[in-house]
Write a protein that binds this ligand. Structure first.
Ligand code: GLN
Length: 227
C-alpha cells in the first residue's frame, strides 16, 4: 500500500488526507523532521510520495523553518520522490516567485516562475472545469496520454508565468490559456485545489505515478543501475 506524507503545518491537510485515503493510500502527517524516514528520534518507514497542500505560502515557508523541515524537505524533493504541490504548494515548489511576500523562501526544485494570487483575492474564488493531461501510462506510450477535464477550485491561486523547456505544461484554464499545472519528472504542481471538489482525477494520477516509480526513483532504490 502506498504511504504518502502530507505536509501538515497549515492549509488543506485533512482534505488531501481524506481524498488519498479514499483512494486506498495510507497517509502520514509531516509536522517535523521526526515524521520523516531517518528523522531524529524516529524510525519511520519510507514514504512513497509527498503532498504539499495549499494554504498560505509565506506562513508555510516560515513554519517550515520554525519546525526545521527546510533541509529535509529539500532533500526529499531532490531525491526523486514523487511530490504533488497544490496552490501554495505550487508556490513552494517553484524555483522563483515573481511577487514574493516578505519572508517567503520557496523550497524550489521546479524550474518555473510563478505569480502569486494571479486570479484575484479570496472574493474572486471560483470553480472551473480545466484541461488536464494525465501522466503517461505504459499502454499510452505510442499515442501519448489523452487530455481530460478536471473540476478545479481556485482560491487566491498562483499561475505559472515562465517555465524551463524540460517542464511539461499539464493543465491550462482553457484551450491555450493560462498555465495552472506543470510536471517535471517526479514533481507535479497545480495552481488549484484538487482536494476540494470531489474530483479525484489529480490524486488518482499522483498515486499512479507513485505506484510506477520513475527511472530516477528506481535507480535511487537500487532496482536499476544508473545509466
Ligand atoms: N495565494 C496563496 C499564497 O501565495 C495561496 C492560496 C492557496 O493555497 N489557496 O500562498
Amino acid at each position: 500500500m502506498n504511504r504518502i506524507g502530507v505536509l501538515a503545518l497549515q492549509g488543506g491537510v485533512i482534505e488531501h488526507r481524506r481524498m488519498l485515503e479514499s483512494l486506498g493510500a495510507t497517509t502520514v502527517a509531516i509536522r517535523g523532521p521526526k515524521d520523516l524516514p531517518g528523522g531524529p528520534g524516529a524510525q519511520q518507514p519510507q514514504l512513497d510520495g509527498l503532498v504539499i497542500p495549499g494554504g498560505e505560502s509565506t506562513a508555510l515557508s516560515r513554519l517550515i523553518d520554525i519546525v526545521g523541515l527546510r533541509a529535509p524537505l529539500r532533500s526529499l524533493i531532490a531525491s526523486g520522490l514523487p511530490v504533488l504541490g497544490t496552490c501554495a504548494g505550487m508556490v513552494l515548489l517553484a524555483d522563483d516567485v515573481e511577487n514574493p511576500a516578505a519572508g517567503l523562501v520557496p523550497l524550489g526544485g521546479l524550474a518555473v516562475q510563478v505569480r502569486r494570487n494571479a486570479f484575484g483575492p479570496q472574493l474572486d474564488s471560483m470553480r472551473a472545469v480545466v484541461e488536464w493531461t494525465p501522466s503517461p501510462t505504459d499502454d499510452a506510450q505510442q499515442t501519448g496520454p489523452v487530455p481530460q477535464r478536471v473540476t478545479a477550485s481556485f482560491i487566491r491561486a498562483p499561475e505559472v508565468v515562465q517555465h524551463a523547456a524540460h517542464v511539461q505544461v499539464i493543465s491550462r484554464l482553457r484551450d491555450g490559456g493560462r498555465v495552472i499545472g506543470v510536471r517535471q519528472g517526479h514533481l507535479t504542481a497545480v495552481a488549484f485545489h484538487p482536494e476540494l471538489t470531489g474530483d479525484t482525477t489529480v490524486h488518482r494520477d499522483f498515486l499512479h505515478q507513485v505506484a510506477r516509480p520513475s527511472q530516477v526513483s528506481r535507480e535511487r532504490a537500487g532496482v536499476e543501475p544508473p545509466r
